[in-house]
Design a protein around this ligand. Structure first.
Ligand code: COA
Length: 325
């Protein structure tokens, strides 16, 4: 098996910024509540008509440039998303056409906030086995398109964005270990009830606001902390490492309080935790990858560093990954 690592990164956040002050005018909330309960100050919002593939395209172009590759060099495109341009075809197919990555195999992955970790875990297998040489993995969401702007419990949390990485053979250890999991029995805690085959779109589903994200945040909080902690422990154990070996943890950004509780349980100091939730909110599949790309660009991740990715979301799904940069 070949050693596989990330050879290029790129991210894109839409221009429009929605602040907590903007939300104060839309629902009964306050900057103080949102900041203290979640750590979010602002989030980006895609423009009208700006679809997931448009965000993905900009992030992918950047990642290819960073990897010094051309779109034609890609032979696999995997897109993690729950807010694709349309139910069919995949964002990956649409992105392939926009990039001009002719001939690349394309599919989407639906694993919500753990989508990017699922994505690199799957794509890594293809590159490790030499089935494909260069794989593009994108995490992208336009969550504001499925946000209920009348529901203060959820509308203050979500944002839009995209991050992309190129996977290829590397000389160091690259992706050392990945761990994925799911507990399908708790899917009622976080979902979008209508718009699929179980509950197709109708005037009734629209009237009942069933095309928007429904979340029982309070019940998820403790599960998120415990699951992310356990996932990090398992993936490091698989890698033959301890938390002392981790230079930076880049977690899914659902809530700053969740992230800090996980870091505390793991004994990882605050300075080794990367956060972009204050500026971006929760971008589901796009959160972990965007944070990773930013951390690399800012020099927070350096060659030889051990990076721990850790994510949890709707499904309920989770995933963690250890990478030598
Ligand atoms: N502004 C002001 N008050 C709000 C509010 C808002 N935007 N949203 C909820 N509230 C109110 C509630 O109505 C409730 O009022 P009550 O006590 O009078 O009933 C009170 O604030 C507390 O609500 P609660 O849901 O218990 O808050 P919380 O501290 O749990 O924070 C979340 C809510 C969603 C931020 C938090 O639970 C969370 O982050 N959960 C985990 C999310 C997660 O991990 N999801 C999976 C990955 S995406």
């Amino acid at each position: 098996m070949k050693k596989v690592g990330i050879i290029g990164v790129g991210e894109y956040l839409p221009e429009k910024i929605l602040t907590n002050a903007d939300l104060e005018k839309m629902v009964d909330t306050s900057d103080e509540w949102i900041t203290t309960r979640t750590g979010i100050k602002e989030r980006h919002q895609a423009a009208k008509g700006e679809a997931a593939s448009d965000l993905a395209f900009k992030a992918a172009e950047e990642a290819l440039k960073n990897a010094k590759l051309k779109a034609e060099d890609l032979d696999l495109i995997v897109v993690a998303t729950i807010t694709g341009d349309m139910p069919c075809p995949s964002v990956a197919s649409i992105l392939q056409n926009k990039l001009g990555a002719k001939g690349a195999a394309c599919f989407d992955i639906s694993a919500a906030c753990a989508g990017f970790v699922y994505g690199i875990s799957v794509a890594q297998q293809f590159v490790a086995s030499a089935t494909y040489k260069n794989a593009l993995v994108v995490g992208v969401e336009v969550l504001t398109s499925v946000t209920d702007w009348q529901d203060r419990n959820t509308c203050v949390l979500f944002g839009d964005g995209a991050g992309a990485v190129v996977l290829s053979e590397v000389k160091n250890r690259g992706i050392i270990s990945t761990y994925l999991g799911c507990d399908g029995s708790k899917l009622g805690l976080l979902n979008i009830p209508a718009g699929g085959s179980a509950n197709p779109a109708s005037t009734e589903t629209v009237r009942n606001r069933q095309h928007f994200i429904k979340m029982q945040g309070n019940e998820l909080f403790k599960i998120a902390v415990n699951t992310m902690t356990r996932a990090a422990e398992i993936v490091l154990e698989q890698a033959g490492m301890t938390f002392a070996d981790v230079d930076i943890i880049i977690p899914h950004q659902a809530n700053a309080r969740i992230i800090m509780a996980v870091a505390k349980k793991l004994g990882i100091p605050e300075g080794r935790v990367y956060l972009n939730i204050e500026r971006c909110g929760n971008m589901s599949s796009a959160s972990t990858v965007t944070a990773l790309c930013e951390a690399v660009r800012e020099g927070r991740v350096k060659k030889g560093d051990i990076v721990l990715l850790d994510a949890f979301g709707a499904g309920l799904v989770w995933g963690a990954c250890v990478i030598e940069w």
